[in-house]
Design a protein around this ligand. Sequence first.
Ligand code: NAD
Length: 335
Amino acid sequence: MRVAMFSTKPYDRRSFEEAGTAGLDFRWLEARLTRETVSLAEGSPAVCLFVNDEADASVIASLASGGTRLIALRCAGFNNVDLAAAEAHGVSVVRVPAYSPHAVAEFTVGLLLALVRRIHKAYTRTRENNFSLDGLLGFDLHGRTVGVIGTGRIGALVARIMRTGFGCHVLAHDVRRAAALEEIGVVYASRAELLANADIITLHCPLTPETHYLLDRQSLALLRPGAIVVNTSRGALIDTEAAIDALKTGQLGGLAIDVYEQEADLFFEDLSAEIIQDDALQRLLMFPNVLVTGHQAFFTREALSAIASTTLANIRDFAAGRPLVNTVTAASVKG
Ligand code: NAD
């Protein structure tokens, strides 16, 4: 079966080939899936997509008319796929629900530590033989209150690390509680309570219509002045313009993001010789208390290998007509 794999990087191809692609005819496409590139999938019963490929209703209609019957996401999030349109066109959608929550949780804590202790600044400074500590003053995480929004696979690990590793107070907010976290002293609270009482807020809920701009102008105003926000989930959980204004006033004391709402045309590419047209991102990068990484949290050997093996199993199940264990449908999301 032919599989058109969009947004392919050399490391993706390597991890898939190492996992074994026998019996599947992979077309390794560097292009990101958009309305302009969808014709590349023509004649491929399956397409394999990543976080910034755009499977909106119009793309899905084109995919279906070109013979595609399966969208195999090689990621956990599925906010970039119009599930209702997929269903209407008889296109199944599968994903990799958990490849390494540890990869993302550990990176989240790394970003937080780097931002709070200025480790990224020290790294560049000492390479120029500048060993001064001016401007590197941080604060202890121990005893601080960390608010975790979304305590699923990744958020639960972050809550656990911050509670048991750093000795933080952990407030959590989710549509369902995790009893195992409550047992270690994590306290569930309303979103407003969490925002008002946390020194550090870390986002781990999916991007849905309900969570879009979860941190907007109003909710940023609820934060403790100087609170720090970390986002390794999805960019559009934060209203970037509102965050920039809150950084300017000091209401937001620091921001570490691995995801950005307009990342699709930027992230995963080397644009060092280009003039970036995205003024909001350029402004963010100028703040001394903002740390941006390019959707890197998932990027460990373990995660790439798990992504490849689960995606290949998903595609082979489809090809053999077996039940799809990692299917995602509009109904299952609502349920
Ligand atoms: P998960 O499904 O295990 O957990 C998500 C949690 O969010 C669930 O407990 C769910 O109940 C909760 N939730 C849903 N709606 C909510 C709401 N309105 N308010 C509060 N909580 C809500 O997902 P996960 O594996 O922990 O992944 C979390 C997110 O991390 C994914 O959605 C994805 O967008 C992101 N992610 C990012 C990277 C990266 O490389 N940066 C990698 C993997 C995943």
